[in-house]
Write a protein of this length. Structure first.
Length: 202
C-alpha cells in the first residue's frame, strides 16, 4: 500500500467525513443515496454506498461494503487508479463518537484490486479484504470478517472517493448511514439487499 494512499486515508479518518448523529435502528443492511454534482468530476462523485453485517454461508460474521459513483468505469483499467492516484474508502464508526475508528481502503495499483482495514488509533493495517468490481452495476465491493475490527455489536459506515485528473484531486465524502447490527441468520438463508456481499467462497 503506497504512502500516498495511507496519508489520504488517515486524513479521511481524522474528520474528513461529514458526521451526523443517528438513532440506532435494528438493521443488518443499509444503502444510502448521496446527492450528485458535489465532487467536481463524475468519477469522484459518490451517488450510493451500502453496508451489511451478516453471517456468510459458513456462519462467519462478515462486514461488507459497496460504493458507486456517477461515472461507471473499471478501476483496474483506469490510469489514475492503476497509478495509485485514486481510490475509494469507507469510514467505520463503532463507538458513536462521529469519528472513523477504522478505515477500509479499496484501490487498484498496477491494475490489481486490493483492499485492507486500517485502525485509526495507530494507522496499522489489520487485515486484507475480499474485493471485487461489479461491472454490470459499476459498484466497488469489499468485505472482511467482523473479527478484524473486534466483532463490534454494531457499526455504521460512510463512503468516500478520491479521484485525480488533470493534476487535481477531487474528493467526495458522505454522511454516516444507520447503525447496523449482526444478522442472526446465515447469508444463504437471508440474502442481503442492495448489493452483493462476497461470501466465504468468493
Amino acid at each position: 500500500m503506497s504512502h500516498r494512499i495511507r496519508r489520504a486515508l488517515a486524513g479521511l479518518l481524522m474528520g474528513g467525513l461529514v458526521a451526523t448523529a443517528a438513532t440506532p435502528v435494528m438493521a443488518n443492511t443499509s444503502s444510502v443515496d448521496d446527492p450528485t454534482g458535489d465532487a467536481g468530476v463524475p468519477q469522484a462523485d459518490v451517488t450510493w454506498f451500502s453496508g451489511t453485517y451478516l453471517r456468510n454461508s459458513s456462519g462467519v460474521p462478515t462486514i461488507g461494503f459497496g460504493l458507486k459513483t456517477a461515472a461507471t468505469y473499471d478501476p483496474r483499467t483506469d490510469g489514475t487508479w492503476t497509478a495509485s492516484k485514486s481510490f475509494a474508502a469507507w469510514a467505520v464508526d463503532v463507538n458513536g463518537d462521529n469519528q472513523g475508528d477504522f478505515g477500509v481502503l479499496y484501490a487498484a495499483p498496477d491494475g490489481k484490486l486490493i483492499a485492507g482495514v486500517i485502525r485509526e488509533s495507530d494507522n496499522k493495517v489489520l487485515c486484507a479484504e475480499e474485493s471485487a468490481y461489479d461491472a454490470a452495476r459499476g459498484i466497488f465491493i469489499a468485505s472482511f470478517p467482523a473479527t478484524c475490527i473486534g466483532s463490534p455489536d454494531r457499526y455504521r459506515v460512510a463512503g468516500a472517493m478520491s479521484y485525480e485528473t488533470g493534476g487535481t484531486l477531487y474528493k467526495d465524502d458522505t454522511a454516516y448511514g444507520d447503525w447496523l447490527f449482526l444478522d442472526p441468520e446465515p447469508e444463504a438463508i437471508r440474502a442481503p439487499t442492495g448489493y452483493w456481499m462476497i461470501g466465504a467462497n468468493g
